[in-house]
Every structure is written in C-alpha cells, then in structure tokens.
Design a protein around this ligand. Structure first.
Ligand code: BG6
Length: 488
C-alpha cells in the first residue's frame, strides 16, 4: 500500500532538484509508488515562472538516463502533483500558506540547500509548527568539512529533529549494485567462508570520473576529492564490503556493523601519510579525443595556486581479525580516462599449484563488482582451454553476471528513486547515522592533518590518464597493480 505522504523540496529550483529529484519522483509515479494524493512542493526563490518551472522539470525528466520515455498520461498526473512555491525558507512566516496543506499530514522535507542555512530553515519549520512526530527530513552532503563542522551542522538539525527523523543521503548507497552487495555476501553460501584474510589478498575500490570540477569549482576547491568522495561514498563502499554480517537486515543492525568497521580503520598518521596516500590534480589533456583544460584554468575563479586534490589514492587498513594485513586500496579522481566505479576483490593464489607456468599466465580469482557503467558482477575463474594438446592450457575467464544480460527488460532505478522511496516508507537502512559520519570524519581529519603538517605535495596528472604515477607506485611498492577499467 502506498503511504500518503507529501514531499517538500527546499531548494526546489536548484540543480540537484531538477537533475535528480524530480526525475526520481516521476519514475516512482510511473511505477505507481506514490499515493494518489501525494503533492510535491517545490520551495524556491521564484527564479522561474510556473510554466518555466514545469518546462524545466519536463526537460530534465526527458534527459534522465533512468527514464524510458515520458508517457503523456503519467506526465499529466505528475504535473498535477507539483506545487511551485515561492518564499524564504529561513522565515517561519513563509510557511503560513502551506500550513493547511501540510500540518495535518505526513511529509518529507528535503533540504537541497547549502548546509550553512540548515539551522535557520529547521528553526523556521519548527516555529511554523510544521514538524510533527512523523515528519522526516533529508539532508544532502557536504555534511561538514571536518568532524567539528559536521558536529555543528548536526547539532542544528538535531535541535529540531530526532535521529530517527533524519535521513542523511549518500547516494552511492542507493545504487542497485551497492545494495546487491549485501545479497551477494549474505544470501550466498559461496563467498562468506572465503571473505577474510585467509583467502583475500587485497581489495580495490575505484570511483573514476571523466567530468572535472566545472561549474562547482569554488565549492570543490574548498573540499577536494578526499572530503567530496572518500569521506562518504568510498568509505561507505568499504564498509559494506568488509562489515560483519548484521544480525538482521534492519537499519540499526546494518549501521552498527558499518560503524564498527569505521572504528577499526587504522589511523593514518603524519609519519605514514606520505607512504600510504597520494594526491593529484589534473593538468590539461585529452578525454575521448577532446582537449580539456587544467583544473587551474577551469573556472573564472580558478588559480594555479590551488593545491586542492582532484585525485586521491589511499592504502587503508582495517585492524580487526577478519582483515588484518589485507590492504583496501581506494582511489578516486576527476578527469580520468574512463567513467567507472568498481570494487575488485582479489583472492590469493591456490596453495599448491598443480599446473606449472607453461600452462598459461594465470590471474588468481577475482570478484569484480561493477557499479557503473554496465552494472553487474563478474567472477574470474581459471579454465582449461578446450582441445587435444598434450599439455593442458589454462586461461582466466570471466563468469559474467551483468544485470542487462541476466535480468530481462529490467530497469535499474536511479539511486535517488530508491532513497526517496525509503524515506517515504521510513526505512533508514541506506542512510548514514551521525556516529558513522563522525567516525568517518575522524579518520579523514587525520589524513588532512598529516597532509598539512608534512606539506605533502600534489602531483599533476594529465587529464585522460589514470592519475599521477605515484598512484601506480603506491601499489607497485606492495608488488601489486591497479586493475584499470576493462584491463583485468
Ligand atoms: C557527488 C560528488 O557526491 O558524487 C561529485 O559531490 C561526484 O563530485 C558525484 O561527481 C559522483 O556521483 P556518480 O553517481 O555520478 O558517480
């Protein structure tokens, strides 16, 4: 049964709302997952007239890679739900006209605004008496730039909302393949017995992007790849790969296990930071045969004095009995050769090699979890090459479970569809709890302190490459190498 619940997007004329939120809500409507009476209040500053607003919503739904095609009937139904509303979200009086529509109903408030105004918005909502026991609030990253600024933002939201009402989004957790990680690990008998230091050599987590900082340059320059990507997306992936089985598939059981992992991350001290982390910034180069400019020239406010990292690679270690001495190599960067996100679990070699080297060059077993593009799972196994040759020849072959091949006519919902639906259903499993964020910031703060105290340099890499050469060295020092896209 669909829950009757209104959705109010504060920052309803912003980029995120158009690019992600309206298309996601539209798709939920197509799947008949919104209740008949659900209204979507687009709270904005009045940048657009009603017709311009609707046109923009339509255009972005059409552009969304997750929407098949717009059905006229569904669009008309969806359009009726949209209520553009102009006001100052930090002023309680602005909400007066909405009160009748909202105060006696369940509703979700999505703060798609900078965190600097979370506090006055929450106070205004409270003063306008719009916050009920069952009101949910969704907050978007960046949630702070350090542990202490996170605490500040969090305290402001917590002054009005209980933890059970707060949904902190990390959109990576809404991706299909990320949720599939839990099924893969805990619904198959095959992997769990091998999922530890006895059988796994190391894990690689790569989130590579082709886009640059672009229009977000001023914001990005304050953040850098470590805060923008590692503190949240990559650490959440690391948690799901490495956590212990939760006792139940329920929000706090899952979040408790993730928290334990974060608390077991070996702190990276100033003494180690140069050995286990690499920072890079893109220089000019070519991507898909198109010339792109350097980070330092990408925006009007850009300057070559910036030492912000657009690439980071880290050797992370989890100090517990399951993962002792198993490195987790993390890397993420902008303006890299390909856009892809993958987790590679590299297994150890068989203990006794029955076949000698002349049988073929063997890659030890690998499990590749592909988040994007071509989401799916691939298992690398060693096979005999068919034939009558006297000597057995072996070859590494991929057992490919790409979602497109396995699930007929499936449509992978966007991360925001999953997450918005979960908020409507009051399910916090895929949202971050404040103690998780605090633990993640503690670890990241340690790295930032190390970079500052050692004045670690930022290496340049050409746009369209796989990052600075020091990133290759990071693994080569351990006699390992990165598995770049399509090269395994
Ligand atoms: C966001 C970061 O959280 O994730 C962006 O702020 C990044 O810098 C984006 O581009 C990547 O998301 P996706 O889903 O495109 O991999």
């Amino acid at each position: 049964m669909n829950i009757h619940c209104n959705v109010m997007i504060i920052g309803g004329e912003g980029d995120l709302a158009f690019r992600k939120l309206y298309p996601a809500l539209y798709n939920l409507d197509c799947e008949n997952l919104l209740s008949e009476s659900t209204k979507i209040i687009a709270f904005g500053r009045g940048k657009f007239s009603s017709s311009e607003f609707l046109e923009k919503v339509y255009t972005w739904i059409e552009k969304s890679e997750y929407t098949h095609s717009i059905q006229e009937t569904t669009w008309l139904r969806f359009k009726e739900r949209l209520v553009p509303f102009v006001g100052d979200a930090t002023n309680a009086d602005s909400y007066a006209a909405l009160k009748d529509q909202l105060s006696d109903q369940e509703f979700v408030i999505y703060l798609s605004t900078p965190p600097s105004i979370f506090s006055p918005i929450c106070q205004a909502l409270d003063k306008a008496k719009l916050v009920r026991e069952d009101t949910r609030i969704v907050v978007e990253k960046p949630l702070g730039e350090s542990r202490s600024s996170f605490d500040q933002i969090n305290n402001h939201v917590r002054a009005v909302f209980d933890e059970r009402q707060i949904y902190r989004i990390d959109h990576y957790l809404g991706k299909e393949t990320v949720q599939n990680l839990l099924a893969l690990r805990f619904a198959n008998v095959l992997f769990e017995p091998l999922w530890n230091r006895n059988y796994i050599d190391h894990v690689q987590i790569t989130v590579a992007e082709q886009v640059g900082a672009g229009g977000r340059w001023p914001f990005y320059d304050q953040a850098g790849a470590l805060r923008d990507m590692v503190q949240n997306h990559l650490l959440q992936l690391l948690c799901l790969v490495s956590m212990e089985p939760p006792a139940k598939n329920k929000p706090d059981f899952v979040r408790d296990e993730k928290l334990k992992v974060l608390r077991c991350l070996k702190p990276i001290s100033a003494h180690d930071v140069n050995h286990v982390t690499v920072r890079g910034q893109y220089a000019a180069g070519n991507i898909n045969q198109e010339a792109v400019v350097a980070y330092s020239q990408e925006a009007d406010s850009a300057t070559d004095k910036s030492s912000t990292e657009s690439f980071v690679a880290i050797k992370a270690e989890i100090e517990n009995s399951r993962w002792q001495d198993v490195p987790f190599y993390l890397r993420t960067g902008k303006r890299l050769r390909e856009r892809y996100s993958e987790i590679v679990i590299q297994f150890k070699p068989v203990v006794h090699r029955l076949f000698d080297a002349s049988a073929g060059r063997l890659t030890d077993n690998q499990l590749i979890i592909r988040l994007q593009p071509n989401e799916g799972i691939e298992m690398k196994l060693v096979n005999k090459v068919p034939g009558l040759t006297e000597q057995t020849r072996l070859q590494s072959v991929g057992l490919d479970l790409s979602f497109d091949a396995v699930f007929d006519e499936h449509r992978s919902p966007s991360a925001y569809e999953r997450l918005l639906l979960d908020v409507i259903r009051s399910d916090q499993t895929l949202f971050m709890r404040s103690d998780e964020l605090r633990a993640a910031w503690d670890w990241v703060d340690g790295i930032i302190d190390g970079w500052q105290s050692t004045a670690q340099s930022v290496s340049r890499y050409s746009a369209g490459s796989w990052g600075p050469s020091e990133s290759v060295d990071l693994l080569a020092n351990d006699r390992r190498r990165w598995f770049d896209y399509g090269e395994q």
